[in-house]
Structure formats: C-alpha cells, structure tokens
Design a protein around this ligand. Structure first.
Ligand SMILES: [Zn+2]
Length: 96
C-alpha cells in the first residue's frame, strides 16, 4: 500500500506556505491547496513529521507540491513542461 502523502504545503492569504513557516494549530489560517478547507498545522512535535491536517473530517488527502505546482503552471501559462519520456516510451516521430 502506498504511503499516505503528508500535507506539508498549504495556502495562506492566497500564497503558498510551508508547514514550518506558519503558526501552530488552526490559528495558522491555512487552507488546503486541493479542496480549500481549513487546515490545522501540526508543527510543534519532535517525533512525527510536521504536517497539516484538515480541521474537519475530510476525504481529501491533499496533494503533493509537484501536483500543485503543475496545476499553477497550467493555470498561468496554459502549458505544462514535462521532462522527455525515456526512449522506449517515446511515440514514433517524437521530437523535442
Ligand atoms: Zn483538502
């Protein structure tokens, strides 16, 4: 079973923030980048990896920073730059 993604980035006042750069708990004022719901920052512990959790029960498990950045790139530039696929996966006629 794949490891659950820890939510380590969120938005605050429309800007992307990292878990260690916000206050602890619900007072962080952060929102989930995927569903927009309020998040609780859990960044005071020394045993578990610092992460955000949804303030209310949610089926959403957030998204990776890569996914978020890809969405933003598409929104802003209307294109997505991806690395070239390895040779055996390149379709016939593929060129850069
Ligand atoms: Zn969410």
């Amino acid at each position: 079973m794949p490891k659950e993604i820890q939510i380590t980035y969120a938005t605050k006042d429309g800007k992307l923030v990292f878990i260690d750069n916000v206050g602890n708990g619900l007072a962080c004022g952060c929102k989930c980048t995927k569903c927009g719901e309020s998040l609780v920052a859990k960044n005071k512990g020394k045993i578990k990896e610092h992460h955000f959790a949804h303030a209310i029960d949610s089926d959403c498990n957030g998204e990776s920073l890569k996914h978020y950045m890809a969405k933003k790139e598409i929104e802003e530039w209307k294109v997505l730059n991806l690395p070239a696929p390895p040779p055996k996966h390149r379709p016939f006629g593929f060129s850069y």
